[in-house]
Write a protein that binds this ligand. Structure first.
Ligand code: G3P
Ligand code: MG
Length: 271
């Protein structure tokens, strides 16, 4: 596996957000396979713990939106979660999809693309730290340290990841609402994360250039349309998270609009 979050061979890197989640149900093996078929460089997925402490790939706290079940993920055992239909809500042809475990994702997707594991941190800190510990066990079991990125909105999780396994790439997810007590400068100093990842609405060109000066790479989400792509490309971001990587790759006709920036900053995007 040659993919590296720290020394990417392309610019920008296209990350399939929850897999190719515009074309297949988010955070399922189908969406990850679709991402590979679409040519994505990496996938992003969200992880939580089941009631019996298994690391499951799931975005929301509750299973209701994206399965036929009801209740909190943390109140259901892996056995109970596995019985749910995690694809039928998207389209009936995906009705065979189940909630994957992180273990399964490593088994099936392996090192074919980079894997960004987002540790969900909307429960207590301790819970997020438990997810991290279990996640690192699985990363090591699958010898995946070279091609994973651990990210979280919780700065404590990123700090702890550095302590537990400093060679794993880390990304801090920024939100003025969630990290409200810290400036970007403080957040980076505190976490020492390799990558700063922000919603596109918070990202300014000056923020990107300041971070680049400090050798910190920048990612942004979620980029699904032309205007957003042009804007973030002009800001010089390194990682673009999209629900639809195939659509992004098809925006070759934008080359003229972003060409000036491309030649200035040596991007090889759309070439
Ligand atoms: O990693 C970027 C993005 O996934 C963070 O937000 O809610 O889609 O997990 P969310
Ligand atoms: Mg996420």
């Amino acid at each position: 596996m040659s993919f590296s979050w720290l020394k990417p061979s392309k610019h920008p890197i296209i990350v399939a957000h929850r897999g190719s989640s515009a074309l297949a149900p988010e955070n399922t093996l189908a969406s990850f396979r679709q991402a590979i078929a679409d040519g994505a460089d990496a996938i992003e997925l969200d992880v939580r713990l089941s009631k019996d402490n298994e690391v499951v790939v799931f975005h929301d706290r509750r299973v209701d939106r994206t399965t036929n079940g009801s209740g909190l993920v943390k109140d259901l055992t892996l056995f109970e979660l596995k019985k749910l239909n995690a694809g039928g809500w998207f389209h009936r042809r995906f009705s065979g999809e189940t909630i994957p475990t992180l273990d399964e994702v490593f088994e099936v997707i392996g090192g074919r693309v980079g894997i960004n594991i987002e540790i969900k941190a909307d429960d207590r800190h301790e819970k997020a730290l438990n997810i991290l510990e279990r996640g690192i066990e699985l990363i090591n079991k699958h010898q995946a340290a070279d091609f994973v990125l651990i990210s979280s909105f919780d700065d404590m999780v990123i700090r702890q990841a550095k302590i537990l396994q400093p060679e794993i790439a880390t990304g801090i997810l920024y939100s003025p609402l969630k990290n409200f007590r810290l400036s970007i400068h403080q957040l980076m100093k505190r976490t020492n994360a390799h990558i700063f990842i922000s919603a596109r609405s918070y990202l300014k060109r000056i923020i990107v250039s300041n971070l680049h000066e400090k050798n910190i790479k920048v990612g942004t989400y979620t980029i699904n349309d032309e205007l957003s792509l042009i804007r973030v490309m002009k800001k010089g971001v390194d990682f673009i998270y999209s629900d639809n990587p195939a659509k992004i790759f098809n925006m070759r006709h934008l080359k003229n609009k972003i060409g000036v920036m491309v030649s200035l900053s040596n991007h090889d995007f759309l070439t």
